[in-house]
Design a protein around this ligand. Structure first.
Ligand code: FNR
Length: 188
């Protein structure tokens, strides 16, 4: 069966370079992988433990259902003031209690017009994914510097080295999912 991956862009901006990178990754995915975009980040309520009870809002329930149904998650995030955007952290905070990312293969990308590629945001995202017990492979993350120069005006990825990096990250994600699937039930 195909590997089902949820793609989450940490940017709400309509012409986001991170969303473009995520779309590029989706088009580069191996033949047995389907990457579906999660578009609901901006519609989630602000996380509040008071409302994190038995009756989640439709938006929160939808996020959880989509994550649950997926074999893995691919997140591509900008860096805002040295961390991941609040909108992305907010979404991840909604799944602390419900645990949809527990033992779930996850890959993380940051893209920035700067030279550092948003590596601080990537590091903070990696830490949060670890706290959520997501399974991030060592070769499952990449920071993409100088991203503006690697995208065309239409948002197409034009940099061959970045194509290769995305393929490596997708390969790591596919490997993790397949490893999980071949393990005996009960050995998890
Ligand atoms: C930024 N940007 C930025 N870049 C970076 O490398 N490190 C940083 O700490 C920040 N901080 C930051 C804060 C705020 C409020 C904004 C609006 C921007 C620049 C950022 O990388 C750039 O705007 C990217 O284009 C954002 O990603 P998307 O929206 O193109 O995906």
């Amino acid at each position: 069966s195909p590997i089902r991956i949820i793609g989450i862009s940490g940017s709400l901006r309509s012409r986001s370079s991170n969303t473009h990178i995520l779309r590029a990754a989706a088009s580069l995915a191996p033949g047995d992988m389907i990457i579906t975009m999660y578009e609901g980040l901006g519609d989630l309520p602000l996380f509040n433990p008071d409302t994190d009870g038995d009756k989640p809002t439709a938006q929160v329930a939808d996020l959880r259902t989509r994550l649950n149904a997926a074999d893995g998650v691919l997140i591509c995030t900008p860096e805002y003031a040295g961390g991941m955007p609040g909108a992305l952290k907010n979404a991840l905070d909604w799944i602390v209690s419900s645990g949809e990312l527990m033992n779930k293969p996850a890959a993380a990308i940051s893209a920035s017009p700067s030279l550092t590629g948003g590596e601080k945001a990537l590091e903070s995202l990696r830490l949060t994914l670890r706290m959520l017990s997501a399974d991030v492979a060592d070769d499952g993350t990449v920071a993409i510097p100088l991203v503006s120069a690697k995208l065309s005006a239409e948002g197409e990825l034009t940099d061959a080295a970045t194509v290769l990096q995305l393929q490596l990250v997708l390969g790591a994600l596919a490997r993790q999912v397949r490893e999980l699937q071949t393990r005996e039930p009960g050995s998890l």
